[in-house]
Design a protein around this ligand. Structure first.
Ligand SMILES: NC(=O)c1ccc[n+]([C@@H]2O[C@H](COP(=O)([O-])OP(=O)(O)OC[C@H]3O[C@@H](n4cnc5c(N)ncnc54)[C@H](OP(=O)(O)O)[C@@H]3O)[C@@H](O)[C@H]2O)c1
Length: 194
């Protein structure tokens, strides 16, 4: 069984964006050292557009071959006219309102994302599945998440979009590693305790 990994950026107080989800203020922390880390360890989590910008088009995937995101998160690309923001991955977008996929590389999950993710996890592949977010979809998929990779940026927001848009429930995870960067970014990895 391959893993579903929620790879997500957040503030010190655990928000993945402002109250409307805007996370654009986080990009200032992607400096040379941190970009070097992402490029070396998680190259597939950089968008196709970003990879092109940094001249990293040809980087092979290292951890993931599939991405799952909610329509709210996918919308950020769509609004820029980008229909396949992670063209180097198989892309799945959960949506009840997008009746047709805007791109041949994107499959719409119109119902039961938990069931579809279970099918994807059961596939035979050496690569794991990247859960991109956002909050609402992560909340629905919380019980399927096997690993958390949390990039914490050194800011406090006070309020904002939570990491999981779900009700109260205690899910236990075990810490696996912590990395710190010169600009104050912290990357913590946890695996689920089943
Ligand atoms: N900090 C980070 O690393 C990071 C990463 C990703 C995203 N974000 C932020 O997260 C925000 C988006 O999060 P969000 O919580 O608003 O939205 P989201 O989780 O990305 O997407 C929610 C949408 O997914 C679809 N969906 C959810 N459950 C479904 C189900 N059971 N069946 C079918 N479709 C389902 C629905 O789409 P329809 O409405 O089309 O039905 C729903 O509106 C963005 O603003 C982005 O900036 C931050």
């Amino acid at each position: 069984m391959r893993k579903l990994t929620y790879f997500i950026a957040c503030s010190i107080d655990g928000f993945i964006g402002g109250p409307d989800g805007d996370a654009s203020f986080m990009t200032r922390f992607v400096d040379e050292e941190f970009l070097g880390f992402l490029t070396a360890e998680y190259p597939e989590t950089l968008s196709t557009h970003g990879r092109r910008h940094f001249g990293l088009d040809d980087l092979p995937n290292k951890r993931f071959d599939t991405i799952v995101q909610g329509r709210g998160s996918y919308d950020l690309a769509l609004k820029e006219g980008i229909t396949s923001p992670y063209a180097h991955l198989r892309e799945y977008v959960a949506s009840r309102t997008l009746t047709r996929s805007p791109d041949p590389n994107v499959e719409i999950i119109s119902a039961d994302p938990v069931g579809r993710v279970r099918e994807l996890k059961a596939e035979d592949s050496p690569f794991d599945i990247y859960l991109c977010g956002g909050s609402a979809l992560a909340g629905e998929l919380i019980d399927e998440i096997d690993e958390l990779v949390i990039k914490t940026y050194p800011v406090v927001l006070g309020t904002g979009m939570p990491m999981f848009g779900s009700g109260f429930a205690v899910s236990q995870f075990a810490p696996e590693s912590v990395r710190t960067f010169g600009n104050g970014v912290l990357v913590r990895t946890y695996s689920r305790k089943r």
